[in-house]
Ligand binder design. Structure first.
Ligand code: PFF
Length: 471
């Protein structure tokens, strides 16, 4: 066991670190493109409801479990149930998810770093859309570039996590998060001056259900897990460094509001730019890496805006990556009694290696096409299968996080002792009145919602003819 358990230096430090975990590629890369694909409007409204009624209660449950047990996920389930209990499986799943998610997350973060670099050295200004498309293809297909940036990003993440809770995680969040908000604000203010702003605002907020499918609704629900870093114990881990008397309800609300604000601001900044130069909002995953550079290339001030945006994306990815690695590291510190330096090097090093096939997915037959033809037999992705990178993303977001989230909700609502649950929720909060509402959401609404995501992921709803497009 660790001699003395680490703790956050301040409440603000915890909130910034938790917000740092939540705000990431999910907000600035994924949310805008799924909003674009689902036609904005209703999709955004449904997403907001998922955050409020599913994500937020689970976040409170995670922080409560971690703070009450003062232990990382596996140990927390043991402390609050009993040794050898099947609930420990939820903790194990979380640790496994940390390895899986960070291994490919780091590859995308590497792209953001590469784009920061080329926007500074070569600039996109004056390049044609074809040239910019080629830049992305060249990166995607290059084993060398992918491996280089993946390794560099992991090395930075390892360095920060190794420095510990206060001097690493908290200090980094205190510097990077305010910078991130500032950069986002600058880009947002710029976007308000463009011609496309009005059109973008209407696209995002006007109630338009045209493109929304049941699968889109479930996508919003699934994404609310990923974006708030739920279902794998990241918030259990961060909550375990919190003092017992801190107000977890207010902290969870603050983190969720910050996360949602960043996601909406990202849309309000990206779509005006896209509309101003006449591009499509439904550009898919290439929105940020192809459409946005194309737009910047044509805009006044683009040479400055582009590096600003990609630094923002890199910072957002870094604070999330830190939390992913911390889940794995805290397990080895708490359960195996390892020193932080050893735990960080071993976990970070393993994730670096596990990420290699993802880094090579675009450029090698082995992890791209050959792997894809293997996964065809799983009948995923409309029978097309996935390359290694997409497969990991699919397994983590469709299986591991919803399953973990379901386990956490059920555990907090039914298994944690009633007294510990109530006292934990009410400690130091002015929101004590919300207690029963929270318990009811966790007991009934969350499990049903998560079960639906899960059934959609395994294609059951699709087979019953209830959703248009399944996984
Ligand atoms: N919330 C992060 C994002 O939106 O990019 C991703 C993430 C971080 C998921 C940490 C899960 C996690 F534990």
């Amino acid at each position: 066991m660790a001699e003395q358990r680490a703790q956050w230096g301040s409440r603000l430090g915890f909130i910034l670190a938790a917000a740092g975990s939540a705000v990431g590629l999910g907000n600035i890369w994924k949310f805008p493109y799924i909003t674009g694909e689902n036609g904005g409007g209703w999709f955004v409204l449904i997403y907001l409801m998922c955050i409020a009624f599913v994500g937020l209660p689970i976040m409170m449950a995670e922080i409560l479990i971690g703070r009450t047990a003062q232990n990382s996920p596996v140990g927390a389930f043991r402390t609050l149930s009993r040794p050898g209990s099947p609930w420990l499986g939820v903790g194990w799943l979380g640790v496994a998810a940390a390895f899986v998610i960070l291994s490919y997350y780091s590859v995308v973060a590497g792209w953001a770093m590469h784009y920061t670099w080329i926007s500074l050295t070569e600039t996109f200004t004056g390049k044609s859309p074809e040239q910019i498309g080629d830049t992305f293809d060249a990166l995607f297909e290059s084993p060398k570039l992918n491996l280089f940036w993946h390794t560099l990003f992991m090395a930075i993440t390892i360095g920060i996590v190794m420095a510990g809770v206060r001097r690493g995680l908290e200090l980094c969040a205190k510097i990077l998060m305010p910078t991130l908000f500032l950069l986002l604000l600058v880009l947002f203010l710029y976007a308000t001056t463009t011609d496309g702003f009005g059109k973008a605002f209407t696209f995002i907020f006007a109630p338009n259900a045209e493109k929304l499918t049941p699968a889109g609704v479930l996508e919003a629900l699934g994404h609310s897990f990923f974006t708030l870093s739920l279902g794998m114990g990241a918030m259990i881990t961060y909550g375990s460094y919190l003092k017992r008397e801190d107000d977890l309800v207010a902290a969870s609300i603050t983190v969720s509001v910050l996360d949602t604000t960043v996601a909406l601001l990202a849309c309000l900044m990206l779509f005006p730019i896209i509309f101003t130069v006449g591009l499509e909002p439904a550009a898919g995953p290439g929105l940020v890496f192809i459409s946005i550079p194309i737009a910047f290339a044509q805009m006044p001030g683009g040479a400055l805006l582009a590096p600003t945006f990609f630094v923002l994306l890199t910072f957002a990815a870094l604070t999330s990556a830190i939390s992913l690695l911390e889940v794995a590291v805290s397990y080895f510190i708490d359960e195996r009694g390892w020193h932080r330096v050893k735990a960080t090097l071993v976990c970070g090093g393993s994730i670096l290696v596990i990420g290699i096939p993802s880094a090579l997915s675009g450029g090698t037959k082995l992890f791209g096409e050959s792997f894809q033809s293997l996964t065809k037999y799983l009948h995923v992705n409309e029978g097309k299968g996935f390359n290694w990178f997409d497969f990991f993303d699919y397994v983590a977001t469709n299986w591991m996080l919803p399953l973990g989230g379901l386990g956490i909700a059920l555990f907090a609502a039914w298994r944690v002792g009633a007294k510990a649950r109530e006292e934990g929720f009410k400690a130091g909060t002015k929101f004590a009145k919300l207690y029963w509402g929270w318990v009811l959401l966790l007991r009934f609404v969350v499990p049903i919602a998560v079960l639906l995501v899960f059934l959609n992921a395994i294609g059951v709803l699709q087979r019953l003819g209830l959703t248009g497009n399944g996984p």
